[in-house]
Every structure is written in C-alpha cells, then in structure tokens.
Write a protein that binds this ligand. Structure first.
Ligand code: PLP
Length: 579
C-alpha cells in the first residue's frame, strides 16, 4: 500500500486550488506532475553543474557529463536494459518512434514489406509508419481489437507473415488501459523474422518493466509521464539491432571523425544523440527514476489497480455513464478510466469538472482510429497516478453524477444547478452564459429542413469530433432558408443555433458582417458599436479558452465557406479542420 498522503506532500502543485477548489489532477496519462526532487534536480543542475557534456576538458564539464551518463545508467537499470549503451535520450516517445522509423526503417523496410500496427495505437505510433510506408512503398496492416477492448490475437496470427518486417504496438492503451501481452506478441513476431517496437509511454511509468524479458527490440517512452520534465524521452534498443541502424540526425556529438567530404560515427548510444542534448532534463529524469524506485514500481502498479477498480465501481453508478475498456486486472492497468455519458459531450463534462477543480482529458486522445472503431467522436478520460487518492475518485464520481443530472433531457434550464454548467470555466460566475448556452444547446434553432436549391456545407472539428452541416438557401441576396444540423458540445451546438437564429432572413452582406464580428469577438477584439450580436454575447468569455474557441467557431467557419460557394458547387471531399 502506498502512503499517498506522504507522497502528495512531495508534489508542490498538488496544494494549488483551481476555480476555488483544491486541484484534483486526473490527467497524468497526458503528463504527470513532478515531485520536489525532480524540480530540485533541474534547478541544482543549472545552479551548480551547468556545462556542456562530453566536450569540456575541465572539471565542471566532467561533472555534468558524469551526471548525464549516470542518469543513463539509472534508466537502463529501471527497465532492465542489457546495457546503458542501449539507452538513447530523445525528446519524447514520439521522437523515439520516429528515430526507429528513420534510422532502422529506412534501411530495413522496402516496397511490399508489411508493418503491423494495432487499432489502439496513439498517433505517435501510426504516423511515423505512414510516413515510412510512403517513403518505401511498404504496406500498413492493423490488428483489430475485440468488443472488450483487447487485441484480437487470432487476427495477429493471420496478419503476421513472411512479409512482415515490423510490429509496432503499444504496451498499454492510453484510452482503454488495456495491457497488451507483449511477450507473447514478441514470440510470434520473432517467429516470422520481424522486429518488435513497443510504445511504452503508458506502461513504463506505471509498472515494473524488463525490456529483455518482454522481447522488445525497441522500447519508446516519455520522461514527462513518469514524473520527469518535459522535453526528454527514451528509446531503448537491443544491442543486436544497432548494426541495422543508420544515424538519424547528423551533427556534433554523434561523430567519430569528420572531413570536409565525409564522416564516421560514434558508437551507440551517442551516435543517435546529435547536438547538445537536454542535459538538465536527462539528469532530472534520473531523479524521477530514483523517486519511482524509492516508492516501488510494484506498489505503484498495485495503487493503479485500486484506483481503477474504485473508479469503475463508483462511475458505473452514474446515470447514463458507460465505461470503456477492460476492468483493471491482468488485462488493464486501472490507470485510466475512459467513459461517455449519454447526451453530454466530453468537452462539456471536462469543463463542468474543471469548474470544480477536477482536471480530466476530453477528446480523441490522439487515437482517432480507435475512436472510429468504437464509433465515438470523443470520450472523457480520468487518469490516475501514485499521488491520487480514493477521496479524489469519490469527488470525480459525485461531480459526474451532477453533470448527468444537469444534462438530463427532462431537466429545464431554470432548474439547473449553478455549477453543473455547460461551459465550466468559460465563465464560471456568469449565469447569463450558462442559461443562454444551455437553452440553445437543449433547444437548438435552425433544425427545420430547407427545400429547394441549397448550398450544403459540412464542417468538422477533428479535435473532438464535433460536426455541423449547413444547408443554405439564398434568394435575391438574402438568406431565405438556413438549416444547421450536427452534433457537438454545448458551445458548438449553441453557437450553431445562435447562427441560425440571427441569420434567417438577413442579407448576405449582413451575414458576412456578423461573421466578421463573431470571429473578431473570439479573437478578443472590440465589436463595432452598431453590430447587434444578440445571444452571441453569452459566448464572449469563450475567447479565453483556445480549444473551445474552435468549438464556437465551427458553424461560423463552415458558413463562411458556404457563403463563398456558388449554388450547386459540391464541397471538396475533405474534412474541414478548423483547428
Ligand atoms: N504513446 C502513447 C500510448 C501515449 O499515450 C502518448 C502520449 O500521450 C504518446 C505515445 C506520445 O507521447 P509524447 O507526446 O510524450 O511523445
């Protein structure tokens, strides 16, 4: 059992308040908080040891080099790498995977070869392979998941074949918490002669890892998710893969000898660490590893299971709430609880929780293919770490019950609780905001069909999956009909409803003027004194929330495109990313 109260005292940020409430930080899967020991290591380095590494022939530089290399030894021991030479410091897990795609992939993957990924990968473990496939003519294939959010191992067997060169799989899903059976996947991967890359971004921080017994040829992870600073990540490479890799970035530090015409390269790992590295970050990551080992990775993993089990028990009692992924146990860490609530958009859930000081993540979590597989545009995710308490999970559950009640279709706007708001921190004290936005959200205008020749335009915010379709009918320079349909968070739907409300019957010039005014308002610019924006004034506070500005603008940028389109012209078949 962890002494969570003692651990919490090591994390200065956890004593903050947020929107008048104690901070409840439930977004560690995005980035973890940092203990004092890590913050001190950063400051101490700059105050006492700052010098470039591997270069200076003076005492200070030797000390810096020694601390930097000692962090490498700590990280190697932490994940049981065969040798520190297999530990390459990079910026983050994303860079680690890109390094493999370039340094190993460009040399070893050819036209017609296959790269096997899974349906639950983070974009970081998909896009580098898409780019590699484009460069080489290789083919991407994907292992599906079953209805419980676990990998379909039978499909893996079908997909693995003599053309498979690489299997790139996450150890733990950042959305579902699923633990993939890496050792078994490694056995099957190696049986067809392919290499295995494991994305350890969500496993290394949360459980004991032995990279060799896992059978991973490459293991990628980020320092900032395991109590370390941002800007430092790790790629672990098994020694027998080094000779299959070309250098990635060229420059200082990674060379043996350079002439004007050619160069030879240093031994690994320095061959892959071109230029001055993030010295302070690496040393502070060493301090994070010390901290995690001091607490004990077994105990941390156990705490995740307890948090996850408690979250599942309490959250499943929230009306309309559906949890995704397998329950905590052998097949899931418990470190994440991802869910949907009927009739409530994840952005609205996150904003309402934020109003109570609870930080969670809402969106597609950089897993658009997984969201597509689940048939969901977005979800809400609470994620836990060693500093989270059972009391915090209780607060989460009770806040979610309130959210579910607030958005219950049977509820009238007048009876809504002041905190169960659509926009949370957009304007926490602004009653006008809440009432107007919720009223438009629950009873949107502009839903009636428009007949006759129309321009139809579709807009999408890929960040959260919000979508809107506008059908615009114009006659004699006026808007003779306007239908706004789609789905999204309260701000996005309310903004579309307000658009329909204000523009029906207006001239096209008036529509363009209002459009310019609304865009200016969301940039925080003053509006012309004679421009009447009606209910849209309720959205003024949204300008301070960049992510929600995209929600509020979706219908308007879609209108802008529709206004610029001659009647009868089809929309280009592509997503409109208004981000
Ligand atoms: N892989 C997984 C499973 C993740 O959850 C993340 C980040 O959320 C990443 C990769 C990318 O990590 P980073 O942004 O630190 O490169």
């Amino acid at each position: 059992m962890l002494d969570v109260e003692r651990i919490r005292a090591d994390f200065p940020i956890l004593s903050r308040t947020m929107n008048g409430h104690p901070l409840v930080y439930l977004d560690s899967a995005a980035t973890s908080q940092k203990p004092r020991a890590v913050i001190d290591a950063l400051v101490r380095y700059y105050e006492t040891t700052n010098a470039n590494v591997h270069r200076g022939v003076y005492r200070l530089a030797e000390e810096a080099t020694q601390e930097y290399e000692s962090a490498r030894t700590k990280v190697a021991a932490f994940i049981h790498a065969p040798s520190p030479a297999g530990v390459i410091f990079v910026r983050n897990a994303t860079e680690a995977i890109n390094l493999v795609a370039r340094a190993w992939g460009d040399r070893n993957i050819h036209e017609g070869d296959e790269i096997l990924v899974t349906a639950m990968e983070h974009h970081s473990n998909l896009v580098p392979w898409h780019l590699l496939a484009r460069r080489t003519g290789a083919r991407i294939r994907a292992v599906p998941i079953d209805g419980d959010g676990r990998l379909d191992m039978a499909a893996l067997d079908v997909l693995l074949n003599q053309r498979t060169r690489l299997v790139a799989v996450t150890h733990v899903s950042n959305v579902l918490g699923t633990i993939n059976p890496i050792a078994e996947i490694a056995r099957r991967t190696h049986a067809v002669g392919a290499a295995l890359l494991v994305d350890g971004a969500q496993s290394v921080p949360h459980m004991p890892i032995d990279v060799t017994s896992l059978g991973a040829d490459f293991l990628a992870f980020s320092g900032h998710k395991m109590l370390g600073p941002t800007g430092v990540g790790v790629l672990v490479v098994q020694p027998d893969r080094y000779d299959q890799m070309d250098p990635f970035l060229g420059g200082g530090e990674m060379i043996r000898e350079v002439t004007l015409m050619s160069s030879t390269y240093a031994d690994p790992p320095w061959r892959f660490e071109a230029g001055t590295p993030n010295i302070a970050g690496v040393i502070a990551l060493g301090a994070a590893v010390d901290y995690l080992r001091g607490v004990g990775m077994e105990a941390i993993a156990q705490h995740g299971l307890v948090m996850g089990a408690q979250a599942r028990a309490l959250l499943s009692a929230v009306p309309g709430l559906t949890l995704l992924g397998p329950p905590p146990g052998p097949f899931a860490t418990g470190g994440v609880a991802t869910f949907t609530i009927d009739n409530v958009h994840p952005h609205d859930i996150a904003a309402a929780l934020d109003a109570k000081g609870i930080a969670v993540r809402a969106g597609h979590h950089c897993c658009q293919p997984l969201m597509a597989r689940l048939g969901l545009p977005a979800t809400t995710r609470a994620s836990f770490y060693l500093y989270n308490t059972e009391a915090e999970v209780e607060q989460l559950a009770s806040a979610l019950s309130e959210v579910a009640r607030t958005y219950s279709p049977s509820k009238s706007v007048a009876s809504m609780t002041p905190d169960g708001v659509a926009a949370g921190s957009a304007a926490p004290d602004d009653e006008f905001f809440r009432e107007v936005v919720l009223d438009h959200y629950l009873h949107p205008a502009g839903r009636e069909p428009v007949d006759g020749p129309v321009v139809e335009w579709h807009g999408k915010n890929p960040l959260c999956g919000d979508e809107v379709t506008l059908r615009l009918k114009t006659e004699d320079g006026r808007i003779a009909g306007l239908q706004v349909v789609g789905h999204g968070c309260s701000i996005s739907v309310a903004s579309g409803s307000m658009l329909a409300d204000r523009l029906e019957g207006r001239t096209l010039d008036e529509a363009r003027r209002l459009l310019r005014g609304v865009k200016a308002m969301f940039r925080g610019e003053p509006l012309p004194a004679d421009l009447d924006i009606g209910d849209l004034a309720a959205l003024r506070g949204v300008k301070d929330l960049p992510v929600r500005v995209k929600c509020a603008l979706l219908a308007w940028t879609t209108l802008e495109e529709a206004l610029d389109t001659p009647p009868g012209s089809p929309q280009e078949p592509h997503d409109h990313d208004h981000s």
